[in-house]
Design a protein around this ligand. Sequence first.
Ligand SMILES: O=C[C@H](O)COP(=O)(O)O
Length: 250
Amino acid sequence: MREPIIAGNWKMFKTVSEAQAFINEVKGRAEIDGVESVICAPFTNLPALVEAVKGTKIKVGAQNLHWEESGAFTGEISGAMLEDLGVNYVIIGHSERRAYFAETDETVNKKVHASFKYNLTPIVCVGEKLEEREAGQTKEVCKLQVNEAFRGLSKEQAAQVVVAYEPIWAIGTGKSSTAEDANEVITYIREQLIALFDVETANHVRIQYGGSVKPNNVREYMNQLSIDGALVGGASLDPNSFTQLVEGAK
Ligand SMILES: O=C[C@H](O)COP(=O)(O)O
């Protein structure tokens, strides 16, 4: 049985004091047995967030990492630094990073390996662009991204990965994929994991949907057989809305 996971991706939002105030608001509310709740915040917020969530069920994630332990990489943060802070999760290969910061399938794979080296659970994002969707290439695009991201992982590592299927045209647009369409792609992604590893491993992998998930539609996704949670941008920024998302995943 896979535990559903609601992860908020705050992107480039919230100062440290805003992040602390958010945790004070959701403490005891966005903590539900049987649902994992995670906040993936800007690097500047991580030390304060790790402190603020102590004694709660809420986990903290970063939104990126560099694959090297240290070195001359101005502006980058390593997995070793995140582990040292007490961070649990890290988003890898978000479409905004692929589009604006030149991330490739190759760097995504390096980052996935680095996350395991430093005891961080990767949330690996895959998904198609609108033109790929319209050309009927959704599954092909996701297959390639999944194959590349999981390359070289052991079955034990693969089983721990969280995949976020995020059709790029649905991110921040209010145009969400239908729950049925998302479920179909996610089922296909799991089939790829069976082909790459085995049924047992693939059945452990949690696969989220992401793209304009809100409190009023989260249950539609969670009612689908293959969908194990959501990676949420905009609707994760408000404490009440985040709480409702976690409740909706139960
Ligand atoms: O990582 C989250 C996704 O980019 C979805 O963002 P959104 O919920 O604002 O559409």
